[in-house]
Design a protein around this ligand. Structure first.
Ligand code: HEC
Ligand code: HEC
Ligand code: HEC
Ligand code: HEC
Ligand code: HEC
Length: 645
C-alpha cells in the first residue's frame, strides 16, 4: 500500500537546483551554508561537519519547504544522536534527543496542499558520532523516507556565497593547482582529490600520435571542454613550443612497435556498436557518427587521431593503466570485446592518416628542455629532473587572485585555464578563506560532489531497469558498495540486464562511505548480534513454496535457480544481506512500490503491517521480516528451502 512514493518521479536530485533543504552549520562561531538532499546526516566524532568549519561540536539549521500534493496528516520520527527539534509552519512537531536505535515519534501535524515551511534545529552530541535520520508517517500508514523531491529551499545570499567558496575549492583541486602551488600537510592527508595524477609520460610515444599531442598541448580545452590540464604555452611561440614538446614526447616509446590493426570486419564493427549501446557509453559520450554537442558528454570523434594503432583497445581494457585517476571508468570486457569497441569507434571517428613525427635532434632537445622547465612534470610522471618551481600556496595572497592562473594576462608565465567569470569569482571567494578546507575530507560532501563529477547520475535513473541513485546511500552497505564500485565483485547483481556497473577503482571506497554518510548512515556498518538459528529456520520456510511466500519463484539462492524464470526475476538472495542496509530491507519487503513504483515484486504485507501467514510469528510484519533477515544473513551458507510436499 502506497500513499506517496518517496522516490517517484525523481528527476535527479543534483539536477533540480531548488531541491533539498538549505542548511546553515555553525561551529566555533563560524558558519557555512550548504544544500542537503534530505533530513539525514552523519558526521563521525572528531570530524568537521563541512569542509569550511573546524572540527568539534556544531549545530545545523535546516530550512525550506515541504510539498505535498494533497492536504493530509503526518507524523515525523527521528533516529538520532544529539538533539533535534522539527517545526512545521512554525509549530514544533518533534523534539528528540539521543535515540540512536529506536525512532522517536512526534505529534500528528496537518500538512497543507502545496508548500509548508519546515525548519529543523540539530545539535551534535559532545563526544560521539553526530547523526540523524528523519522519516515521516502518513496517517494510518508506516514510516517512509520523505521524498527528496518534496523538499525545496530558497536561495539566500548567504547560501550563494557559501556555494561560491565551495565551488572555488572544487576548482582548485580538480585543476591540480596544488601541483605547483604547494602547501604543507596537504597531499596524502587532506582532500582525496589532492592526490590526483595525470597521464604518465613513460612510453607515451607508443600510445599517442604526435599531431594529436601537439594540438592538445596548444589548447586542451578546445579539444575537450572538460579538460583539467591548463594551456601552458601562450604567446607567439606557443605552437612551435607545443610542436617541440610533442616531438620529444613521441620519442618516449616502450620499444615494442605499435601493431598495425588488420582492417576490422563489418561483424567486429557491428559487435562494437552493440556493446556501445548495451554498456550505455552514451551516458558520458556522444555516439560515434552522431552530430551532437552536449557539454556533459565527451565526443569521441578524435579517437582515430589520438590513439596509436592498437592502443585504443588497450585503453578500453584499462583506462586507468597509465592514469590512475582518469574519470573514464573501467568495464569488465574481454579482449575481443575491447577490439570490437575500438573498431566501432574508429569507424565512426574523423578519418585520419598518421604522419611520422619530426626527428630533428635540435627540436627534440628543445622539447625535452621545455618539458623540464614548463611545469609539465609537476603533473605528469617521467624519470627526468624537473627544473620548474613556482610559488607556494601561502605566498598567493588574495590580492593576486585577480590575475595569475585565474585570469592569465598577456606575457604572464602563469597557466591559462580559461575560467569563466563565474569560476574566477568562485576561486577568489575560496582564496579569501583560510584555505584549511583543503585539509578536510568530509564524507557526505565528497559524495555529493563526485556523484555529479563522475557522472553517476548520468546513468542511474536515466535508463530503464537501472537502480535509482537517490536511494543508493540508504540502500547499500558501504563495505559492499566499495567492493562493487571498485570492481571487486565481477558478477552482475542483475544478470538479466545487458548493462554493467562500470568500475571506478580509485574513488570507490571514499565514495561508498560518503554516500552512506550523506544518507545518515555510518561509514562502517555496525556489527549485528549473532544470527538466531531458530529465526533463520523460520525464514527458510517462509521463502519456500511449501507453506511460505514462494519468494523463490523469482529469487535464486546461491546455486539454486529461481523456480519460475520470467521477466520479473529478483536478485539472488545469497548476496542480499551483505548488500543491503537492514532498514532498507525492511522498507523494501514491507512495501516494494514505495521504493520503486514500477517494480514487479509483489506486496506481501497489509497497510497495518500484518503478514497473511497468521500462524507464523503471530502474523507480525516486523517479526516475519526479521526471520527472513536472519535466514538471508547466512549468505553463501543459506540452506535450500523445503520443497512443496
Ligand atoms: C561515467 C562516464 C563514462 C562512461 C560511462 C564512459 N566513459 Fe569514456 N570517458 C569518460 C571520461 C570522463 C573520459 C575522459 C578521461 C579523462 O581524461 O579523465 C573518457 C574517455 C574515453 C575515451 C578516450 C577519449 C580521449 O580523448 O581520451 C574513450 C575511447 C572512451 N572514453 C570510450 C568509452 C566507451 C566505449 C564507453 C562505453 C563502453 C565509455 N567510454 C563509457 C567517461 C565515461
Ligand atoms: C596542472 C597539471 C598539468 C600540467 C601542468 C600539464 N598537464 Fe598535461 N594533462 C594533465 C591532465 C589532468 C591530463 C588528462 C586530461 C585532462 O583531464 O585534462 C593531461 C593530459 C595530457 C596529455 C594527453 C595524454 C593522454 O594520454 O590523454 C598530454 C600529451 C599532456 N597532458 C602533455 C602535457 C605537457 C607537454 C605539459 C607541459 C607543457 C603538460 N601536459 C602540463 C595535467 C597537466
Ligand atoms: C604548472 C604549474 C602551475 C599550476 C598547475 C598552477 N599555477 Fe598558478 N602560477 C604558476 C606560475 C608559473 C605563476 C606565475 C608566477 C610568477 O609570475 O611568478 C602562477 C601564478 C599564480 C597566481 C598569481 C601569483 C602572483 O603572485 O602573482 C595565482 C593566484 C595562481 N597562480 C593561482 C593558481 C590556481 C588557482 C591554480 C589552479 C586553478 C594554479 N595557479 C595552477 C604556476 C602554476
Ligand atoms: C554506465 C552507467 C553507469 C554509471 C556511469 C554508474 N553506474 Fe552504478 N550501476 C549501473 C548499473 C547498470 C547497475 C546495476 C548493475 C547490476 O545489477 O549488476 C549499477 C549498480 C550500482 C550500485 C549497486 C546498486 C544496486 O541496487 O544493486 C551502486 C552502489 C552503484 N551502481 C553506484 C554507482 C556510483 C557511485 C556511480 C558513480 C561513480 C555509478 N554507479 C555510475 C550503471 C552505472
Ligand atoms: C514476482 C517476483 C518476485 C517475488 C515473488 C518476490 N520478489 Fe523480491 N524482488 C523482485 C524484484 C523484481 C526485485 C527488484 C530487483 C532490482 O532491484 O532490480 C526484488 C528485490 C528484492 C529484494 C532486494 C534484494 C537486493 O539484494 O537488492 C529483497 C530483499 C526481496 N526482493 C525479498 C523478497 C522476499 C522476502 C520475497 C518473498 C516474501 C520476495 N522478494 C518475492 C521480485 C520478486
Amino acid at each position: 500500500m502506497v500513499l506517496i512514493s518517496p522516490w517517484m518521479e525523481i528527476k535527479t536530485w543534483a539536477e533540480t537546483p531548488n531541491n533539498g533543504l538549505s542548511v546553515r552549520f555553525t561551529s566555533s562561531g563560524k558558519t557555512d551554508t550548504c544544500v542537503l538532499p534530505n533530513l539525514w546526516l552523519y558526521v563521525p566524532n572528531g570530524q568537521a561537519p563541512t569542509p569550511f568549519l573546524p572540527l568539534g561540536e556544531f549545530t545545523a539549521h535546516y530550512t525550506g519547504q515541504i510539498l505535498v500534493d494533497l492536504r493530509g496528516d503526518y507524523t515525523f520520527q527521528a533516529e538520532l544522536q544529539g538533539a533535534l527539534r522539527l517545526e512545521i509552519n512554525g509549530v514544533t512537531v518533534l523534539d528528540a534527543t539521543n535515540s540512536p536505535s529506536k525512532a522517536v515519534k512526534g505529534n500528528l501535524v496537518r500538512l497543507n496542499k502545496g508548500t509548508n515551511a519546515i525548519s529543523v534545529n540539530y545539535k551534535s552530541p559532545a563526544k560521539d558520532d553526530a547523526f540523524f535520520r528523519v522519516e515521516w508517517i502518513p496517517k494510518e500508514d508506516q514510516n517512509y523516507p520523505i521524498p527528496s523531491t518534496s523538499l525545496t529551499h530558497d536561495i539566500s545570499g548567504e547560501l550563494q556565497s557559501s556555494k561560491a567558496q565551495a565551488r572555488g575549492r572544487e576548482l582548485f583541486v580538480e585543476n591540480r593547482c596544488i601541483k605547483c602551488h604547494e602547501g604543507t600537510g596537504l597531499v596524502h592527508g587532506g582532500m582525496t582529490e589532492l592526490d590526483y595524477d595525470a597521464p604518465s609520460f613513460e612510453g607515451i610515444g607508443s600510445r599517442r600520435n604526435f599531431e594529436w599531442m601537439r594540438d592538445w598541448i596548444v589548447a586542451p580545452k578546445k579539444m575537450r571542454g572538460s579538460a583539467r590540464m591548463p594551456q601552458v604555452f601562450h604567446g607567439p611561440d606557443a605552437s612551435k613550443q607545443a610542436e617541440a614538446v610533442a616531438a620529444f614526447l613521441s620519442t618516449l616509446t616502450t620499444g615494442t612497435a605499435a601493431q598495425k590493426n588488420l582492417e576490422p570486419t563489418a561483424d567486429e564493427i557491428e559487435g562494437g556498436k552493440k556493446l556501445f549501446a548495451d554498456l550505455h557509453c552514451v551516458a558520458c559520450h556522444i555516439t560515434p557518427g552522431v552530430d551532437e554537442i552536449d557539454p556533459l558528454r565527451n565526443p569521441l570523434k578524435h579517437v582515430g587521431s589520438k590513439f596509436s594503432s592498437g592502443y585504443l583497445a588497450k585503453f578500453m581494457l584499462a583506462p586507468d593503466g597509465d592514469y590512475s585517476w582518469s574519470r573514464m571508468p573501467k568495464f569488465h570486457l574481454k579482449p575481443e570485446e575491447a577490439e570490437q569497441i575500438a573498431a566501432y569507434l574508429v569507424a565512426g571517428a574523423t578519418q585520419w592518416e598518421a604522419k611520422t613525427p619530426p626527428t630533428e635532434s635540435a627540436l627534440i632537445t628543445q622539447g625535452q628542455k621545455l618539458v623540464q622547465t614548463s611545469g609539465c612534470l609537476n603533473c605528469h610522471a617521467l624519470k627526468l629532473p624537473n627544473q620548474y618551481a613556482s610559488k607556494a600556496l601561502s605566498d598567493l595572497t588574495i590580492d593576486h587572485w585577480k590575475g595569475g592562473c585565474i585570469l592569465t594576462k598577456p606575457g604572464s608565465k602563469a597557466m591559462n585555464y580559461q575560467f569563466s567569470e563565474k569560476d574566477q569569482a568562485a576561486l577568489i571567494a575560496f582564496a579569501a578563506t583560510d584555505r584549511e578546507s583543503l585539509k578536510r575530507h568530509v564524507g557526505w560532501e565528497y559524495a555529493q560532489r563526485q556523484q555529479v563529477n563522475l557522472k553517476c547520475v548520468q546513468c542511474h535513473g536515466k535508463f530503464e531497469g537501472f537502480p535509482t541513485f537517490e536511494s543508493i546511500g540508504s540502500k547499500i552497505k558501504p563495505e559492499w558498495g566499495a567492493s562493487f564500485i571498485g570492481g571487486h565483485i565481477t558478477s552482475k547483481v542483475r544478470p538479466w540486464i545487458d548493462a554493467q556497473m562500470p568500475t571506478f577503482t580509485k574513488p570507490a571506497k571514499v565514495l561508498a562511505e560518503g554516500l552512506s554518510m550523506l544518507h545518515g548512515f555510518p561509514s562502517k556498518t555496525p556489527i549485528e548480534p549473532a544470527i538466531d538459528p531458530e529465526l533463520a529456520t523460520i525464514g527458510q520456510k517462509l521463502v519456500s513454496t511449501a507453506g511460505g511466500f514462494s519468494c523463490i519463484s523469482c529469487h535464486a539462492i546461491n546455486e539454486l535457480g529461481a523456480t519460475q524464470v520470467f521477466e520479473s526475476a529478483g536478485i539472488n538472495f545469497g548476496i542480499t544481506a551483505a548488500r543491503l542496509q537492514k532498514s532498507f530491507f525492511h522498507q523494501w519487503v514491507r512495501d516494494p512500490q514505495s521504493v520503486d513504483p514500477a517494480t514487479k515484486m509483489p506486496d506481501f504485507f497489509t497497510p497495518d503491517d500484518k503478514s497473511p501467514l497468521v500462524d507464523i510469528l503471530d502474523g507480525d510484519g516486523i517479526k516475519t521480516r526479521e526471520a527472513f533477515w536472519h535466514y538471508l544473513r547466512l549468505g553463501e551458507k543459506m540452506p535450500a528451502p523445503p520443497l512443496q510436499p
